[in-house]
Design a protein. Structure first.
Length: 102
C-alpha cells in the first residue's frame, strides 16, 4: 500500500490474482473507498477474462499471460467480478471486491 498522491488520503493498492481450475485466487479483495486498485491477473491453465460490470471493466487474458486492470474504488459496497467467457457469475470463476468507507 502506498499513497496515491502526496498529502492525499487515498492509497494505491496492488493485488496479484491467479485464475486457475476455474477459480480466482484470492477470490475476495477488501479496499477503502477512494483507493486506486491495481490488479495483476494471470491466467494459468487456459484463456480467461476478468469482467466487473459495475465499473465497466473487461480484460481478456490468454493462457500463461498476465493482464492488468486499474480503477478507482468510488462507491462503497460488494462488487462481483467473474469470467464472462466461462459462462458468467453463475457458471465460471467468481470473486468479490469489497469497498468499505474510510
Amino acid at each position: 500500500v502506498a499513497p496515491a498522491s502526496p498529502g492525499g488520503s487515498e492509497s494505491l493498492r496492488r493485488f496479484s490474482l491467479k485464475i486457475q481450475d476455474d477459480k480466482f485466487s484470492p477470490d475476495t479483495i477488501i479496499v477503502n473507498k477512494g483507493d486506486i486498485i491495481n490488479l495483476t491477473i494471470t491466467a494459468v491453465d487456459k484463456n480467461y477474462d476478468f469482467t466487473q460490470p459495475d465499473y465497466g471493466l473487461k480484460r481478456s487474458i490468454a493462457k500463461g499471460q498476465t493482464g492488468v486492470v486499474e480503477f478507482g474504488a468510488g462507491t462503497a459496497g460488494k462488487f462481483t467480478f467473474f469470467c464472462s467467457a466461462c459462462g458468467g457469475p453463475d457458471k465460471g470463476p467468481v470473486g468479490y471486491i469489497i469497498i468499505v468507507e474510510r
